[in-house]
Write a protein that binds this ligand. Structure first.
Ligand SMILES: CC(C)(COP(=O)(O)OP(=O)(O)OC[C@H]1O[C@@H](n2cnc3c(N)ncnc32)[C@H](O)[C@@H]1OP(=O)(O)O)[C@@H](O)C(=O)NCCC(=O)NCCS
Length: 165
């Protein structure tokens, strides 16, 4: 009989620095990351070692936030949003060498629509990114962006205005 060797690992919550009043809906896979006060993390989210999430952020189900991603305060990350830190710039995955990965910074009050893909970029404060967009370049002006590659649709009418709850 053939010898079958299977490695089984489990998802879980390991070495995470949590702020106050964080809600997580398990199963999630959170390890070595930092999550600020009053955040919500939906099911089937993975947040990798080194990622940082600010306060009052909502991360909806099935999103993936990788190492070298920093997200500010009051951000909404829709369902199935994918962050990327490896651009395959040498013709193949860079593997486990972090020196070949690139960073992403997301400012404050940024809402990212479902199924968007965020390459290593900087996004300024008060930005909306449409569902299914692929963000390939830095966003330096507040506004609504959509498409692949994402382009500005319009400026935001009231950047920074938070509706009362
Ligand atoms: C990007 C978004 C905010 C734009 O809303 P809007 O300002 O009302 O824009 P409109 O619906 O008037 O569309 C303006 C144009 O952008 C296009 N567009 C809108 N959303 C788009 C998207 N996500 N991707 C590509 N194009 C988009 C429209 O087709 C339209 O094109 P046209 O002028 O050629 O007809 C919205 O469409 C969106 O994607 N929201 C994300 C919602 C979401 O994912 N929520 C998660 C809930 S869990």
């Amino acid at each position: 009989m053939a010898i079958v060797s299977t490695v089984r690992k489990s998802v879980g919550v390991v070495d995470v620095v949590f702020g106050n009043d964080v809600t997580i809906v398990e199963p999630v896979n959170l390890y070595g990351c930092a999550i600020g006060n009053n955040c919500f993390i939906g099911p089937f989210v993975e947040i990798q070692r080194g990622a940082q999430i600010g306060s009052r952020c909502k991360i909806q189900s099935h999103s993936f936030i990788c190492d070298l991603v920093e997200i500010g305060n009051d951000c909404f990350i829709g369902h199935g949003v994918m962050f990327i830190n490896d651009l395959f710039s040498e013709g193949r995955p860079a593997g486990r060498d972090p020196s070949k990965w690139a960073r992403t910074f997301i400012g404050n009050d940024v809402s990212i629509g479902s199924n968007a893909t965020i390459l290593p970029v900087s996004v300024c404060d008060h930005v909306v990114i449409g569902a299914g967009s692929v963000v390939t370049k830095d966003i330096v002006r507040s506004g609504v962006y959509a498409g692949n590659p994402a382009r500005m649709l319009r400026p935001l009418a009231n950047p920074g205005h938070q509706p009362s709850q």
